[in-house]
Design a protein. Structure first.
Length: 135
């Protein structure tokens, strides 16, 4: 199993435990995108990138994140989990792609910096520090 498949599996286990699903929700596309199968409670789309693009190299990029129950802590909990996964697999950054007003506020609250006004990033070290300070 390669590291992308291992990341997919860890995200799947996380979602199954957190949301009490019995069947797998997560799949990996040929271009290393982790996505959830369509369901009414969760919609996630995560790009795994080792090379530099608009985002820094070694970046897990959240392209879509949505939970049916908004403003209930699921997004922050997931981003914290993702930072721990990033650290485990040697990724240095977490990114959020193509923000809207709601996701911009979320990114800024967590300490992400703007790349170009529409895309945000943060070092895993700074993100974990943010969560550590909130304990």
């Amino acid at each position: 199993m390669n590291e992308y498949e291992e990341i997919r599996k860890e995200i799947d286990i996380y979602l199954m435990k957190r949301f009490k699903y019995r069947l797998s929700l997560v799949y990996l596309t040929p271009d290393n995108v982790v996505a959830t199968r369509r369901n009414s409670r969760i919609d996630l789309y995560l790009r795994i990138r080792r090379i530099e693009s608009l985002f820094p190299p070694d970046c897990l990029i959240i392209a879509r994140i949505s939970f049916r129950k908004g403003r209930s802590g699921h997004g922050s909990h997931y981003v914290r989990f993702l930072a721990e996964i990033a650290l485990k697999y040697g990724f240095k950054y977490i990114g959020i792609e193509s923000v809207n007003d709601k996701s911009r506020t979320f990114a800024e609250k967590l300490g992400f910096y703007s790349i170009d006004g529409y895309n945000y990033a943060i070092s895993v070290k700074n993100l974990l520090s943010y969560f550590q300070d909130r304990r």
